[in-house]
Ligand binder design. Structure first.
Ligand code: ZN
Length: 402
């Protein structure tokens, strides 16, 4: 799979990430947001390409931006060990009060523990992935070259909307499309050969960081099942369902008790998947996006809407509204290496149909006029699936209900 992700870092954590070959994100305080982040992290499977994005604290543009490229050599895990280098530290837990959750900046931009308020020398990043170097480009790729420069083809579609919307939209880790990863690679190469921007100061050590006592994500999976609503059989938060599906999508080849491959079929054609994919200025997004490839050409996208409870007609109709934009999102950067017809399949996963649910599926199509040919984007009939929790097996399985 051509999976790639971007981890956000800053100058406090940068030396540790690069020297000790480890990516990491903060652990949100709320359970709901923790599961949102676990879903994001589940995009990382061994072999996934990893880029860092060094966000601004107070450095000039030439000293920040994208850094790459690394490759994940582990599943994501939780680890409370601190990681040191000569120039930096990443904490696993607060050295004063022992909490794992996110630190914050005080008014003077110093890092402090959000619980005991003691000053810290680095960030608390207990959710981690071990890395190897794939090819370390010498220099940073700044925002202007990445987002504005039109002399390189394509656009970082799924990231630019987060850029426009700023801090609230930022994620500690975000999946990117294979063609976006390609663009970042091309531009990193260009920064290196043109000697634009500053050199990255840190050199990876020989051996990647490994945690001696790590907590596997299976533990978080199990916690989903101890939080099921007894009456309704619903998960506590929608993000728990998102985490469950994202985690398993990347690991379907392992010996898992789930029938996700009934929904996302044929699994052998899955080229890529990602959660929370933004494709519009207004924050329009797809909870899950799955791309399929037949040998060389991408031919279909599943656009998935997740609901923890009842599913309405609007939930099913929503996917149609986005046909044109999703169609462009997943074809424009790989054109012309794509067939004349591209299909989009709307899928809703929830608990049950709303009382009185009635929906009349229609086939819709739009033409996207590219310079050398039009690509026709056609919607498949929508599918609605119910998730069923099996507490005896700690499994969720899926049944088609529409
Ligand atoms: Zn503390």
């Amino acid at each position: 799979m051509g999976k790639a992700v971007v981890f956000v870092i800053d100058r406090f954590s940068e030396p540790v990430h690069i020297q000790r070959l480890v990516a990491g994100v903060k652990r949100p305080k709320s359970i709901k947001m923790l599961y949102s982040l676990l879903a994001d992290l589940s995009n990382v499977i061994p072999g996934t390409s990893v880029f860092f994005y060094k966000r601004r604290i107070n450095e000039p543009q030439s000293e920040r931006g994208f850094v790459g490229e690394f490759v994940a050599i582990s599943d994501p895990y939780e680890c409370v060990e601190d990681i040191f280098t000569d120039t930096g530290i990443i904490y696993g837990k607060c050295p004063y009060c022992g909490v794992l959750y996110a630190d914050k900046f005080d008014d003077q931009k110093n890092i402090v523990c959000d619980n005991c308020r003691e000053p810290l020398r680095g960030h608390l990043l207990p959710l981690r992935v071990s890395l190897n170097v794939k090819r370390l480009y010498e220099r940073y790729l700044d925002d202007n070259h990445a987002y504005i420069d039109i002399t390189d083809k394509g656009r970082l579609n799924t990231l630019i909307f987060r850029k426009i919307y700023g801090p609230g939209r930022e994620r500690g880790v975000a999946p990117i499309l294979p063609e976006e990863a390609e663009k970042i690679r091309r531009l990193l190469q260009r920064m290196e050969s043109s000697r634009a921007n500053d050199k990255i100061k840190y050199i990876p050590q020989q051996k990647p960081f490994t945690c001696s006592n790590r907590t596997e994500f299976q533990v978080f999976i199990e916690q989903i099942f101890s939080n099921i609503n007894k009456k309704s059989g619903e998960v506590l938060y929608e993000f728990m369902l998102e985490f469950y599906i994202t985690y398993h999508l990347g690991r379907l080849h392992r010996d898992l008790k789930t029938n996700l491959d009934d929904i996302f079929r044929p699994i052998s054609d899955i080229e890529w998947f990602g959660n929370q994919i933004l494709f519009g200025i207004g924050g329009d997004k797809s909870d899950l996006l799955i791309l399929y490839k037949d040998g060389k050409r991408r031919y279909r996208a599943d656009v998935v809407e997740l609901k923890k409870g009842a599913i309405s007609e609007e939930d099913v109709g929503q996917a149609y509204k986005y046909l044109y934009w999703i169609g462009q999102l997943v074809t424009s950067n790989i054109y012309p290496n794509i067939g004349d017809v591209f299909r989009i399949r709307p899928i809703v996963v929830g608990k049950q149909l709303k009382r009185g649910f009635s929906f009349h599926p229609k086939v819709m199509n739009v033409d996207i006029p590219y310079p050398r040919k039009n690509i026709r984007v056609i919607s498949d009939p929508p599918e609605v699936w119910s998730y069923v929790v099996d507490k005896s097996e700690n499994t969720i399985y899926f049944e088609r209900i529409f």
